[in-house]
Design a protein around this ligand. Structure first.
Ligand code: ATR
Length: 268
């Protein structure tokens, strides 16, 4: 937050609920964007333990200057039954990452991860319509990405996951929701794909092995990450060295700024 930014009784307040909370970077990025646009909004992380989630949600309903709150690990699924409504896409993904607090305290949950990812890709110059996509990983974030990739018009989505059954189940769910996208589980071979997306956690910690054989990457294949720290993962470094266009995991977070504004009815 800039030194000039003031928080007053008129400021629209947002929170990000997490446990642990120290790794949360979204609040800082959102505050910087609100300040840069001169918007009277402020975001703070809140350390909420799972046993206290229901009580905290009950309290947030009562706080009249709270416009909404982000939800992250480990609350994305547990928060769902505590809300008044959940959007169809959040229901499909099976997780909520942003909640709008409507006047009167009614809470609506949405999931902006997938749309944020697709918008972040577009901001990096990478489109998905009519393209063949290989997705590595089928975890929580991978679910949000897969549905959004299919919705964005990818012609094919192949999902590879360490636990193959999870990739299979996700591919079936995506194929059922978006029949225009040929969805299947498969190997982690990037040859013949236009876009490769890493949604596994491999690359987050020093010494992690690469999530696939980068020696098989063609320069014409675009490579995207959802890992935010480090911003430039070993996969992205290797892809860049091979001449691929890349998209950073932080693009996904940055794109969600516009989506949060939209959801809260703040004009762009
Ligand atoms: P998130 O919500 O961040 O997606 P997650 O649901 O735990 O977290 O998913 C992590 C993803 O990284 C999964 O696809 C996981 O594979 P499994 O479904 O087999 O667990 C993948 N992953 C994590 N560590 C991995 C490793 N060492 N090798 C391969 N895949 C790994």
């Amino acid at each position: 937050m800039s030194a000039e930014q003031r928080i007053t009784g008129r400021t629209g307040i947002l929170f990000i609920l997490a446990d642990p909370v120290a790794h949360v970077v979204g609040s800082d990025r959102l505050n910087a964007r609100f300040a840069a646009e001169g918007l009277d909004m402020a975001v703070s992380p809140l350390h909420v333990q799972p046993k206290d989630l229901a009580a905290v949600i009950g309290t947030l309903r009562l706080l009249q200057n709270v416009r909404g709150f982000g939800v992250t690990i480990p609350h994305k699924i547990a928060v769902m039954p505590l809300l008044d409504a959940v959007t169809p896409r959040a229901r499909l993904i099976g997780a909520v990452n942003f909640v709008r607090r409507n006047p009167g305290g009614r809470l609506t949950g949405d999931n902006l991860d997938g749309q944020g990812f697709v918008d972040g890709l577009a901001a990096s110059g990478i489109g998905l319509a009519g393209r063949r996509v290989l997705q590595l990983g089928a975890g929580g974030a991978g679910r949000a990405v897969a549905f959004a990739v299919a919705e964005a018009g990818a012609s094919a989505l192949f999902i590879h996951n360490r636990t193959a059954a999870r990739a299979q189940a996700l591919a079936e769910a995506v194929g059922a929701a978006w029949p225009g996208c040929a969805a299947a589980s498969g190997p982690d071979d990037p040859r013949g794909f236009d876009v490769v997306i890493n949604t596994t956690s491999m690359g987050m910690h020093e010494g992690d092995p690469l999530p696939m054989d980068v020696g098989r990457l063609a320069a014409s294949t675009d490579v995207a990450e959802i890992i935010m720290t480090p911003a430039l993962t070993p996969l992205l470094v290797a892809a860049q060295a091979r001449g691929c266009r890349i998209s950073l995991g932080t693009s996904m977070l940055d794109a969600q700024y516009g989506l949060v504004k939209q959801l809260l009815g703040i004009p762009s």
